[in-house]
Design a protein around this ligand. Structure first.
Ligand code: M6R
Length: 606
């Protein structure tokens, strides 16, 4: 998705802004641009392609100044091209924008009749035209910006500057934007990693906030111009956390960070001696009244929800519905006031997940966010929030966010089990004990990552993969298949193993690798029967199991031995080699692992 950065301070801003854009690259984009203000002039450069192309474009000079805006665009209206790239200018007003202006056609037609000429196919371009029009009517720049923003329907995060004055106006509605506070300098950014090397002090803006930055000061108002107060928060993330730290890709670094991320997510929440789980600051309503839980999310986070469903239903016998956020609100879900809606999101900015949260709130349901980003919309707007402590996740393909989400949902199961007296202290203790072993068990898998790299070497030229798993490992193989698709562009489909004979078995021949996760649990023998079916059709099985003497070891292509654990925690382990397999295959294919084609890290439009 698009990325915005802006600066007003005492430093030369051009390189600083482009460095910040580089750190937003992970969000996914197709073009980039910059506008530098310099004593009554604005110099703009835009390029289709990479931020590095933009850097080259500005290197010839002319981009001096201590105030500016920069942008990475992910096309929604109009193809990726230089003319559609931001910033957009009309008169002496220049704008960068994220989001979608739903009524742009209507505004454009109206302005065209008044003689305004448009140079791009974007919805964004109406914004500088509207501001210009209000300025020409005699309003101040700030008033004109507010008047223009009030006319917009849809979502936006914007940065607006004007040739004639050293003022930067920023505003947001349903699209993320934060303010970074430095010493005598201010930043705006779509998210924190862009500017973490400059400051860790942030203001998390709320919808309809308008920020006016001038020399050494900032004022925040509502859309009517009334002052509003927002606190400056200091976050624990550092710039180094958003660096590759010697790894070839962020994704690989993030896979290897999982033992630490899981341990950090547990710290202070699991009390083994007491057989108790507590979440800081969480005060849910009376849990005895909860009749049904909904877990709603997108992509990888949805897979975590499916795992949460298995855990809670098996242990607490409370019905849980796992739902895809983009489907949820459109099917008029039967929500009751006693239900609990759990929204899971790494970014906390996924448009569909936020819309699901709003639907829940509208219906009077308690909303609980499971989120990685402090200050994100989801974290702010849910009734309660439990943070995953994964640290910044930069790779577009989610890894450590997933395993920390599973960890939180597991703790939620224990927390509710205790509060509802559905699990006694000894049982909770036992579960905590096993959970605390997870960082070591994940590390044990990572220690033998070489063997996965070898498997990848035999299969990276394959065109299709089938993934099979049962029960709580079905979402784990779905996640494995999603990882492979996302970063290697190899087609991969995941099925509940028992479903194979109902259709996908037709695909099996000697060219189809079948990834099977089959722990030594109650469905082990059933999955063995599925493996037999694959082998009988000369399919190639890549087996991931904790069964030590798997009778088919000599007949399958490869066996990767997983550490053993309880049913609930199996996916936390089984997904690790699947992440590695996807990574090593993509790496061999030479794809852009951290910024795969067409993908955005945080999907802030519907
Ligand atoms: O930030 P979120 O967890 O809400 O993001 C949800 C999905 O967009 C995300 O998990 C996506 O599927 C990733 N690319 C998966 O690797």
């Amino acid at each position: 998705m698009c990325g915005i950065v802006g600066y007003l301070g005492n430093k030369q801003a051009c390189d600083l802004l482009i460095d910040a854009l580089k750190r937003l690259e992970y969000r996914g984009y197709d073009s980039a641009g910059i506008a530098m203000w310099n004593n009554g002039a604005i110099e703009t450069a835009r390029r289709k392609g990479k931020v590095d192309d933009l850097r080259k474009a500005v290197s010839s000079g002319g981009f001096e100044g201590t105030m500016g805006l920069a942008h990475t665009r992910w096309a929604t209206h109009g193809i990726p091209s230089e003319r559609n790239a931001h910033p957009h200018t009309a008169g002496d007003i220049t704008v960068v924008h994220n989001g979608i202006i739903e009524n742009y056609i209507e505004i454009k037609e109206r302005l065209r009749k008044d003689g305004h000429e448009f140079l791009s196919d974007t919805d964004t371009e109406v914004i500088p035209h509207l501001v210009t029009r209000y300025v020409e009517e005699g309003r101040s720049f700030v008033d004109a910006a507010r008047a223009a923003l009030k006319e917009l329907k849809g979502s936006y995060a914007v940065g607006i500057i004007r040739k004639k004055e050293r003022t930067l106006v920023a505003a947001k509605k349903e699209s993320p934007l934060i303010v970074g506070v430095g010493d005598d300098e201010y930043f705006i950014a779509s998210d924190a990693p862009a500017i973490l090397d400059r400051t860790n002090r942030f203001i998390f803006l709320e919808d309809n906030d308008v920020v006016i930055f001038t020399e050494g000061s900032l004022v925040i108002t509502d859309m009517e111009g009334n002052p509003v107060k927002r606190v400056v928060s200091t976050v624990a993330w550092t710039g180094a956390m958003a660096e590759k730290g010697g790894y070839k890709h962020f994704m690989l670094k993030e896979i290897f960070e999982q033992p630490r991320a899981i341990a950090d997510t547990l710290i202070g929440r699991v009390m083994e001696e007491e057989g108790q789980v507590e979440f800081e600051d969480l005060s849910p309503p009376d849990l005895t009244k909860v009749r049904k839980i909904w877990m709603v999310a997108c992509g990888t986070s949805y897979h975590a929800c499916m795992i949460g469903k298995h855990m809670i239903e098996a242990n607490l016998r409370i019905p849980v519905e796992a739902d895809i956020a983009s489907e949820f609100r459109y099917r008029n879900p039967i929500l009751n006031k006693e239900d609990m809606l759990v929204l899971v999101s790494q970014s906390g900015e996924t448009a569909d997940t936020i819309a699901a949260m709003k639907e829940g709130k509208k219906r009077g349901v308690y909303t609980l966010g499971v989120c990685n980003v402090v200050g994100s919309t989801l974290a702010r707007e849910c009734d309660g929030v439990v943070f995953t402590h994964a640290g910044p996740e930069i790779g577009v393909a989610s890894t450590k966010a997933f395993t920390t989400q599973i960890s939180v949902l597991y703790m939620l199961m224990l927390y509710m089990g205790g509060k509802l007296h559905k699990m006694d202290r000894d049982r909770i203790k036992e579960n905590i004990r096993e959970m605390r072993k997870m960082p070591h068990k994940v590390q044990a898998i990572l220690n033998i990552s070489k063997s996965i790299e070898e498997i990848a070497g035999n299969f990276h030229k394959t065109k299709d993969f089938l993934y099979l798993g049962r029960g709580i490992n079905y979402p784990a193989v779905q996640e494995g298949a999603l990882k492979l698709k996302e970063i290697s562009y190899i087609h991969a489909e995941a099925y509940a193993a028992g479903e194979m004979k109902h259709g996908p078995i037709a695909l099996i021949d000697e060219n189809l690798p079948v990834v099977v996760v089959s722990p030594n649990d109650s469905t082990y023998q059933k999955t063995c029967a599925n493996i037999e079916e694959v082998l009988a059709r000369r399919g190639k099985v890549l087996l991931f199991t904790d069964h030590e003497s798997h009778e088919m070891a000599s007949r399958v292509e490869s066996v990767f031995t997983l550490p053993s654990t309880t049913y609930e925690l199996q996916p936390l382990l089984s997904v690790i080699p699947l992440q590695l397999l996807a990574y090593y295959i993509a790496n061999l294919l030479g794809t852009d692992v951290d910024q795969p084609r067409n993908l955005a890290k945080s999907v802030t439009v519907e």
